[in-house]
Write a protein that binds this ligand. Sequence first.
Ligand SMILES: [Zn+2]
Ligand SMILES: [Zn+2]
Ligand SMILES: [Zn+2]
Ligand SMILES: [Zn+2]
Length: 255
Amino acid sequence: MASDIYEDGYSQGDQNTPRLNNIRAKMSSPNLENDETLCAICLDSSELIKLPCCGNFTTSTTQFCQACIEAICNMAGGIGTCPRCRERLQIKQGSILIPPPNIGRCVMCSHKCKELFRGTKLCKDCFEGVENPYRYLCKQCHRVQRIYHPMYKYQSTPTEHGNVTWACHRGCRNYTNWRIVPEDIRLIPIVKRPESWGNEDWFNEVRRIRRGEVEASSNSWCSAIFGDKILIFLIFAAVIVHAGIHFHLVKENGV
Ligand SMILES: [Zn+2]
Ligand SMILES: [Zn+2]
Ligand SMILES: [Zn+2]
Ligand SMILES: [Zn+2]
């Protein structure tokens, strides 16, 4: 009879099946979410899987089952997100995979077969260039143009023109070589500068920080010594003043 069937598909007679009792018990147990032998989502399955993204190195005790990860991917319309490390995940022929990178043509540099930056139509370099568009000098017409691509990466030194061309929209209107405007060099983060430019600036920066650490520790050593001297002086002064008052009182009382 239809009225005997509950919404969850179990008839009234099924209400106390061992499986239902088991699920009810689990749902009412507050510590179940920390039970590392069960899937952290359904709190039911103990058929835990190793995720291809973080499965090998995670220190988290949170575990998941295949069906829950599949549900996450289906909810997202195909490519889901790992609930632990946020990597993209996909189900292919029943297995969980990290989908291949989004390869395509970059709308900025027009290079085909580039890995496009997450959710954009820009390659990684152009994404960086759009965030920080530096000024460059054209090798042919010597005019300055702001370029939305890190052209400095193709310069073997900060003062030589790079070996990759970019369209000049200023004077010559050719594909020409470029070098960064000297004043803009300091805007490039030290760690992003090509290795051929030398690591001296970077290492000097590290040295400066290391020296600061050494000085800070020797300063605290000095102040500790100095602080001790002040304390000794104050005790000494207190003793003298006390002795002076005592001597004065003794003298006044004529003892
Ligand atoms: Zn699950
Ligand atoms: Zn992961
Ligand atoms: Zn690009
Ligand atoms: Zn030019």
